[in-house]
Design a protein around this ligand. Structure first.
Ligand SMILES: CC(C)(COP(=O)([O-])OP(=O)([O-])OC[C@H]1O[C@@H](n2cnc3c(N)ncnc32)[C@H](O)[C@@H]1OP(=O)([O-])[O-])[C@@H](O)C(=O)NCCC(=O)NCCSC(=O)C[C@@](C)(O)CC(=O)[O-]
Length: 357
């Protein structure tokens, strides 16, 4: 095999980089604009075993993600710290974050108690603003969640799907009255760790119920990360019978290595919002063995130079190189390597380029 000289190799890499980054946003039609919801700070960190991650680290993570161009980020959750200790400091995270305009810092809320805690925090901030005016709200968005199967819902939310929907209806109504927008999740849309293959009609019914309650979007979660592209396609075909595809998002865990293929399948089926996690962080406390979400870096890389354009903050895009750095930084804080394939490849390439100079 012919081995290229270091000079040719560098020139080739520079050309590849230029090509990858050179498709101007204006060249993409509006119908191919893709939004990313960065779930690393919530879905990614919630399942971390060991010591509780300091609030400062979480704040730095969110702020770095926003500086890299992220405009939708899940900053934490108002859930029971007894069950999910890593999310315990979310109120402090919201208070300490320097907020950028145009960015949604959403939080996951499981029940009325979680919403009450959040509303109290927002009321306190409003009172403070009487003396210290001008700062944006701590958050303008919550996410609610329910599964497509009773068994998963009982493990995750301590009640049946129907009971959850009743609670969510009340939470959504109150949140909306307080000016918060509400995003919905449906978990285990392909397979459930407790009851096997999911009935896609159930996914359709639950997604439809969430939208009817006032959620502006519903994210469909392959929580277990077992889904294959043809299953994602079949599931979407069923859900789209009742739900406009513009109001759907895809949330794919990568347990079986199919997440990026599932993202591409969802995009080809018209879905335009993808949940992703920097460094491929994550797992679900109620889905044994499930690994992290599709990594944000992998999604950005897969779409570079394609017909799709990933929208970033203030009309820009999300910077892949910065996301790779963040993925490595947070993974090292957690005592391991980045789980992002692209993160690993780019780091290896960059270190080779540096040593061959
Ligand atoms: C499910 C519930 C709400 C049931 O809460 P419960 O019905 O009150 O029952 P419980 O026995 O679980 O309650 C435990 C304790 O938590 C308290 N509590 C109750 N609610 C809250 C709250 N909001 N904030 C703070 N504390 C709360 C409650 O008052 C009680 O306190 P104690 O009496 O023992 O002192 C609770 O157990 C809980 O918060 N569980 C954690 C659920 C969770 O965070 N799951 C992971 C996120 S979902 C996910 O990852 C899937 C997703 C969204 O990413 C999409 C996908 O991939 O599929």
């Amino acid at each position: 095999m012919l081995t290229p000289s270091p000079v040719r190799l560098r020139a080739f890499r520079a050309l590849a980089r230029a090509r990858a980054y050179s498709v101007p946003a204006a060249a993409h039609s509006k119908k191919h604009i893709v939004n990313i919801v960065e779930v690393g700070p919530r879905d990614g960190l919630q399942n971390e075993k060991g010591a509780v991650i300091p609030v400062e680290t979480k704040v730095e993570l969110v702020e770095r993600l926003v500086r890299a161009g992220v405009s939708n980020v899940e900053a934490g959750s108002f859930v029971s710290p007894k069950w999910v200790p890593q999310m315990g400091g979310t109120a402090d995270v919201l208070k300490r974050l320097t907020k950028e305009r145009g960015v949604h810092y959403s939080v996951l809320v499981p029940n009325q108690r979680g919403l009450d805690d959040l509303l109290l925090l927002l009321a306190q901030q409003q009172q403070q603003q009487l003396t210290d005016s001008g700062s944006p709200p701590l958050t303008d968005e919550i996410s609610v969640f329910v599964a497509a199967t009773d068994r998963f819902n009982k493990a995750n939310l301590n009640c049946t799907v129907l009971e959850s929907l009743q609670k969510i209806a009340a939470v959504t109504e109150t949140a909306t009255k307080h000016g918060l927008r509400v995003r919905g999740y449906v978990s285990v849309v392909i397979a459930c760790p407790y009851s096997g293959a999911t009935d896609y009609d159930k996914v359709r019914e639950v997604a439809s119920a969430l939208l009817n309650m006032g959620c502006y979007e519903v994210s469909l979660g392959d929580t277990v990360g077992m889904g294959r592209p043809h299953e994602v396609a079949e599931m979407l075909d069923v859900v789209k019978r009742s739900v406009p595809v513009e109001q759907l998002a895809g949330h794919f865990h990568d347990t079986y290595g199919t997440a990026i293929a599932n993202v591409l399948t969802a995009l080809e089926h018209g879905v335009r919002t993808i949940d992703a996690s920097v460094g491929g962080l994550g797992g679900c406390p109620y889905s044994p063995g499930a690994t992290g979400n599709v990594s944000t870096e992998d999604v950005l890389y897969a779409l570079q130079g394609s017909k799709y354009h990933v929208a970033g903050r203030n009309g820009g895009t999300i910077n892949l190189e910065e996301m790779v750095d963040i993925g490595w930084w947070i993974s090292e804080k957690l005592g391991r390597e980045s789980a992002s394939r692209v993160g690993r490849a780019l780091r290896a390439r960059n270190s080779k380029t540096t040593t061959s100079k």
